[in-house]
Design a binder for this molecule. Structure first.
Ligand code: G3H
Ligand code: 13P
Ligand code: ZN
Length: 312
């Protein structure tokens, strides 16, 4: 099948009590790893490109890589999504390039500005058969080189969600309930806890409406250990406990964003390969090990966290 939107996926995920993984793509090996894992597990999947990815790889390369994955795995539904679109112009560009889903992230602007920009994007995207995610509330962490300090991160206010969705016409909503971007989400000794009560209140106000969680990497410690044992220096990297994400996926959360965990897996594979084979210099050798780790991580997420296996 060709690239799809997330409409059908989200409906089934909402009703079935699971979520779809949205994995960030930056190069061929990552696209291959994600889609091979999804195909083997018969899972729908969302591939997403950030502004950084588009700058690094070029939007057209990314789009063609994703098209290749669609050709190779015609049995699974695949969405091509813009992650954290900064403004209407960026979203329009991706709609025009063939993305089937875009995120407009105006969450750092005022409520009214966020509504106006998101409404404009939804109007244009819908005219072209593309779906739209917007965000209310602010996540902590690193987002396209903007560093939001944790104490400045703001939980989503459930009192605002109905008005926001009604006035914008967006198709899904990313909310802030304690997740954050990057590999350093909590300090040692902190109790990592998502505000599942806010999620419950938001879903009570928006029955049947798909909710999105960004910043949902769990920072698997086995990969952090491999990186550090092979010359890396990642200190106190801590992520979201997987059981809390699983809990969120059972409810209104239909899309869970994961990027940092894939980066850790890729880096661990490459670092370990270099240490074990100091004589190697063929990128196909060390990138194969990085790619294998990414595939294993995606498979683990699909089965143990998202619950999206065998759903096509
Ligand atoms: O939202 C953050 C994603 O992990 C994308 O990160 O902007 O470095 O590509 P990036
Ligand atoms: P992580 O940094 O937790 O992987 O979050 C990724 C993300 O939210 C992409 O939009
Ligand atoms: Zn994000």
């Amino acid at each position: 099948m060709p690239l799809v939107t997330s409409t059908e996926m989200f409906k089934k995920a909402y009703d079935g009590g699971y979520a779809i993984g949205a994995f960030n793509v930056n190069n061929m090996e990552i696209v291959q790893a994600i889609t091979e894992a999804a195909a083997e597990l018969k899972s729908p999947v969302i591939l997403q490109a950030s502004a950084g990815a588009r700058k690094y790889a070029n939007s057209i390369y990314l789009m063609k890589l994703v098209e290749a994955a669609v050709d190779l795995h015609p049995e699974i539904p695949i969405v091509m999504h813009l992650d954290h679109g900064a403004d209407f112009a960026t979203c329009k560009d991706c709609v025009d390039t063939g993305f089937t889903s875009v995120m407009i992230d105006y969450s750092s602007h005022t409520f009214e500005e966020n509504i106006e920009e998101s409404r404009k994007v939804a109007e244009y995207a819908h005219e072209h058969g593309v779906v739209v995610e917007a965000e209310l509330g602010t996540l902590g962490g690193v987002e396209d080189e903007v560093n939001v300090e944790m104490d400045k991160a703001m939980y989503t206010d459930p009192d605002q969600v109905e008005e926001f969705v009604k006035r914008t016409g967006v198709d899904s909503l990313a909310i802030a309930i304690g997740t954050s971007h990057g590999a350093y989400k909590f300090k040692p000794g902190q109790n990592p806890k998502l505000r599942l009560d806010i999620l419950a209140e938001v879903s009570r106000r928006l029955p049947g409406f798909p909710i999105v969680l960004h910043g949902s990497s769990s920072v698997p410690q086995e990969y952090v250990r491999i990186i550090n044992a092979n010359g890396g220096a990642l200190k106190d990297a801590i992520g979201i406990p997987e059981d809390q994400l699983r809990e969120a996926a059972k409810g209104a959360v239909c899309k869970i964003n994961i990027d940092s965990d894939l980066r850790l897996g890729l880096t661990a594979g490459v670092r370990q390969h270099f240490v074990e084979h100091p004589d190697h210099f063929d990128p196909r050798q060390y990138l194969s090990d990085g790619r294998a780790n990414v595939k294993a991580i995606v498979a683990h997420k699909i089965v143990e966290v998202l619950g999206s296996d065998n759903k096509i």
